[in-house]
Design a protein around this ligand. Structure first.
Ligand code: PMP
Length: 434
């Protein structure tokens, strides 16, 4: 009989390989033209990623005939689900025509909806991604303050070239960064005391998302607000993920108004999207008719599909009640997960906020990335493979982002699968991180 975590993981991987021969072939073909067969690093699965052939509602279908409950929701971009409103709006654009290279009404309607939803955003500009939105927000802050230095937080993720976790450095944009520990008010106060007159901006996620769904301590985030105000720096909230937590975003729940906010992911129903916006006096520099106007290009900034869907979903799908429902479902799921982990000898805990969460292979509590230091990645992988085999897709790192297509029935069955995992794998509990 095979024993031990390594052996169980090897067996689970082998079952995955055996069950995905078509995906394997497609991955081998992809590997000839895409490095590692991949064009979005986070989607890599060891030893190769299964290939999706279609999706409907909360279900993903793979090339090997399996289907999975989609609990990852395209890493949070899929919040609004795959319903008729988004599909019908896209069909409407197909009927009217696209690629205008000119202005049209939906971008105004979309911008009006964003401004109405987030009181700290008086004016907004669209981009193609959250990464671009963050780059633009930082450049805006540097321009407005005439300063160069930017405070970010370790394990923060603000886009491909704005990643401050392990391995992020080679591709970081060459800004003048100060990387501080998350949820550490003292470190930020010291940085401002030492060189507050050189800090252009503080860029922060109200919850560390990719860094493990670790909520920001309200006192920490409030300190960022007061220090930036006092020292004339720009506070940028990266709400690419967290804006889904309430109609007015995490900033509404926290009662804080940043100077600039960046948005992305789900706001255009899963189409390519990003936006940065905030105080009128900061954004006014982009008025092309103004003296010394800042030039912000972007062929696809106002592409007809994104603008139409963005405008349409704000009239109906994105309302306070819909967002509350999905976030309350998330809170119940996380409570249910932690109840199972607490009564199991396995070293797991779930962190997060509302519909965004991460299962970690540590007993918890997790208040900062340092609390994940002992996480054994083999446990993450074993949980991932066991849940995939049971028909549930979440990120290999244990991240889940519920969509509006996911039901209580789906989350209930996930809890049963997790309970089953805890029972079947209990005898491995003595294995500690290497
Ligand atoms: N900020 C945060 C908080 C994110 O989670 C992400 C994407 N995971 C980004 C920015 C980058 O967005 P995009 O992938 O659209 O460039």
């Amino acid at each position: 009989m095979t024993e031990g975590l390594d052996a169980e993981l090897a067996a689970a991987r082998q079952r995955y390989v055996d069950a995905h021969p078509c995906s394997r072939q497609l991955a081998e073909r992809a590997g000839k033209v895409l490095p590692g067969g991949n064009t979005r690093s986070v989607l890599h699965i060891e030893p190769f990623a299964f290939r999706v052939v279609g999706a409907d509602g909360a279900i993903l279908h793979d090339a090997d005939g399996h289907h999975y409950v989609d609990l990852l929701g395209d890493y949070s971009a899929g919040l609004l689900g795959r319903g008729e409103l988004v599909a019908g709006t896209i069909r409407g654009v197909l009927d009217r025509g696209w690629s205008y290279g000119a202005m049209s009404e939906p971008e105004t309607a979309f911008a009006e909806a964003v401004v109405a939803r987030f009181p700290s955003i008086e004016q907004v500009r669209f981009t193609n991604s959250g990464s671009e939105a963050n780059i633009m927000a930082l450049l805006t802050a540097r321009y407005a303050t005439g300063r160069a230095r930017i405070v970010v937080f370790a394990h923060g993720y603000h886009g491909g070239p704005l990643y401050f976790g392990p391995g992020g450095e080679p591709l970081q944009l060459p800004f003048d960064w100060i990387v501080l520990p998350y949820n550490d008010e003292v470190a930020v106060a010291e940085a401002f005391a030492d060189h507050g007159d050189r800090i252009a901006a503080v860029l922060v996620e109200p919850m560390l998302g990719s860094g493990g769904c670790i909520p920001g301590d309200p006192a920490f985030l409030a300190t960022l607000r007061s220090l930036t105000s006092r020292h004339g720096a720009v506070l940028v909230f990266d709400e690419v993920m967290t804006s889904r937590l309430a109609f007015g975003g995490a900033q509404e729940l926290l009662g804080l108004a940043p100077d600039l906010t960046t948005l992305g992911k789900y706001l255009a129903g899963g189409l390519s999207f990003g936006a940065f916006g905030g105080r009128r006096e900061l954004m006014a520099a982009y008025d092309p008719a103004s003296a010394n106007a800042l030039m912000h290009g972007g062929t696809f900034n106002n592409n007809a599909f994104t603008m139409a869907v963005g405008a349409a979903v704000h009239d109906s799908l994105i309302d306070a009640a819909g967002l509350s429902a999905v976030n309350e479902r998330g809170d119940r799921l996380r409570t249910g997960l932690n109840a199972r982990f607490e009564s199991s000898p396995l070293p797991f805990t779930a962190t997060g906020w509302g519909s965004l969460m991460n299962i970690h292979p540590v007993p918890g509590p997790v208040r900062s990335p340092a609390d994940l230091g002992d996480a054994d990645p083999r446990w993450r992988q074993l949980l991932f493979h066991d849940l995939l085999e049971a028909g549930f897709y979440l990120a290999p790192r244990g991240y889940l982002a519920l969509t509006m297509d996911v039901s209580d029935d789906d989350t209930g069955r996930l809890l049963e699968a997790v309970e089953d995992f805890c029972i079947r794998r209990a005898r491995l509990a003595h294995e500690r991180a290497k």
